[in-house]
Ligand binder design. Structure first.
Ligand code: LRH
Ligand code: MN
Ligand code: MN
Length: 427
């Protein structure tokens, strides 16, 4: 299944005049405030969000998994699915693999397929939170932090193998999420667990190619419910600082304790130049991995306010950070869900770009709390969707990605091609 450019153009033709009226109206309104709509559209056009290979099949909870239909059965089909997303929104130009959920065989045909769909390979993810078939030693009591040096060695070697897979495909980073920790008080020596982890990470770090980075992801709890070795951004930053300049902190929105001020974490990490990027998702309770923007769009906006500010301060372009979605579901078509997530990210970014930084700084300096809040909320309450649509249209994508996806009956086509059987991601 491939979506052809003429199908997108035809669909866009039928929507164009309505869209254009909305865009011109907004452009005028913003112009009155001294904001150039076209500059924002340009920034949005350049913004790319990586798609995780494990979000392309219906996710599950630990209580069950209800498969969808026509889901990808192989890495090639996962790449094809991301190709469909990218054709529709022109903002999903890369895929992030999780090894060994994905096992790349021969690299060249996979690279050729991705290139033909205008896709790149984002960070590769290692997995030492599950035992794999034929694995010699178990990760039941940890991996990089394990009390047994042989288990640590096995986990280090896995990470090095993941780097090799990534190198073959043209990835430039390794993402490590370490589930190691303990479930009960007394089970683990916190200090030894930290030191073992540091040593293991140092070995992995030493195996990084020169132009690579390692992203260290933190998470407060789950699957361990008493302690986690890399539990928060502070621990992650500490590891990164000890490792060296190629290690940065990866923020997954769902990995915080309730009500954490994530935007402040982002500001601090950017101030220190140690933000790797994001795993975007949303949550109401814990690491729910819900669609981005589904629950707390204002929080997402406030995060983007800091991101936009931080990038400007550091004079770094958006594409020097790792932006990825990390969400997967039991109840939605995964491709529609991912389209919603990418749209939510673009909307938050557009809103953040509306913020008048000078006025905001002035209000802060004058302790004008009301005005400062109003400046942010005015931006957040602006319907910026015409800017997002215009950016996608100018890049050759669809004015209504989900509408076109449904109109073309993509899922049904995929069902015909692939059938009802699917491969679980292992989640
Ligand atoms: C852990 C996590 C991490 C994993 C992914 C599958 O909760 O966020 O990024 O690699 O989920
Ligand atoms: Mn994650
Ligand atoms: Mn997670």
């Amino acid at each position: 299944m491939k979506i052809e450019q003429y199908q997108i153009d035809q669909h866009n033709d039928s929507l164009f005049s309505r869209h254009n009226n909305q865009f011109i109206f907004l452009q005028e309104q913003l112009g009155e405030q001294g904001i150039h709509a076209k500059d924002i559209v340009k920034s949005l056009e350049a913004f790319q969000v990586a798609i995780p290979s494990w979000a392309l099949g219906t996710g599950g909870t630990r209580f069950g998994r209800f498969s969808g239909v026509g889901e990808p059965r192989s890495l090639e089909e996962k790449i094809e699915d991301v190709g469909l997303l990218h054709a529709l929104n022109r903002s999903s130009g890369s895929i992030s693999l999780h090894i060994p959920w994905d096992i790349p065989g021969q690299a060249q045909p996979i690279i050729d397929l991705a290139t033909s769909l205008d896709l790149k390979f984002d960070a590769v993810n290692s997995n030492t939170f599950q035992d794999q078939k034929d694995q010699e030693l178990s990760y039941k009591f940890g991996s990089l932090s394990h009390v047994d040096a042989k288990v640590r060695k096995q986990a280090v070697e896995h990470n090095i193998e993941v780097i090799k897979h990534g190198e073959n495909l043209g990835s430039k980073a390794l993402s490590i999420w370490l589930s190691d920790g303990s479930c009960f008080p007394g089970q683990s020596n916190f200090v030894k667990a930290f030191q073992n982890t540091l040593e293991s990470l140092q070995e992995i770090y030493a195996a990084l190619p020169d132009d690579w980075k390692v992203y260290v992801e933190y998470k407060a709890y789950e699957p361990n419910f008493y302690s986690t070795v890399i539990q928060d951004w502070g621990s992650s930053l500490l590891f990164c600082q000890k490792l060296g300049p190629k290690a940065d902190v990866l923020v997954d929105l769902g990995h915080h304790l309730p009500n954490a001020n994530i935007e402040q974490i982002v500001a601090t990490l950017m101030m220190e130049g140690r933000l790797a990027g994001f795993h975007f998702n949303d949550s109401k309770y814990g690491d729910d991995d819900l669609t981005v923007g589904a629950i707390r769009p204002y929080q997402l906006f406030l995060i983007f306010v800091e991101l936009v500010e931080g990038m400007k301060r550091a004079n770094r372009a958006a594409d020097t950070y790792a932006w990825m979605i990390d969400a997967s579901h039991n109840v939605k078509d995964p491709l529609e869900d991912l389209l919603q997530s990418v749209e939510a990210i673009l909307i938050a970014q557009a809103q953040a770009l509306l913020v008048d930084r000078k006025k905001l700084e002035q209000a802060r300096n004058e302790n004008d709390v009301v005005l400062a809040q109003q400046i942010l909320q005015n931006a957040f309450r602006t319907d910026v969707r015409p800017l997002v649509r215009e950016a996608i249209r100018l890049s050759g994508g669809s004015l209504d990605p989900i509408g076109l996806y449904r109109h073309l009956g993509v899922r049904n086509e995929l069902l015909n091609e692939r059938g009802k059987l699917t491969v679980a991601t292992g989640l």
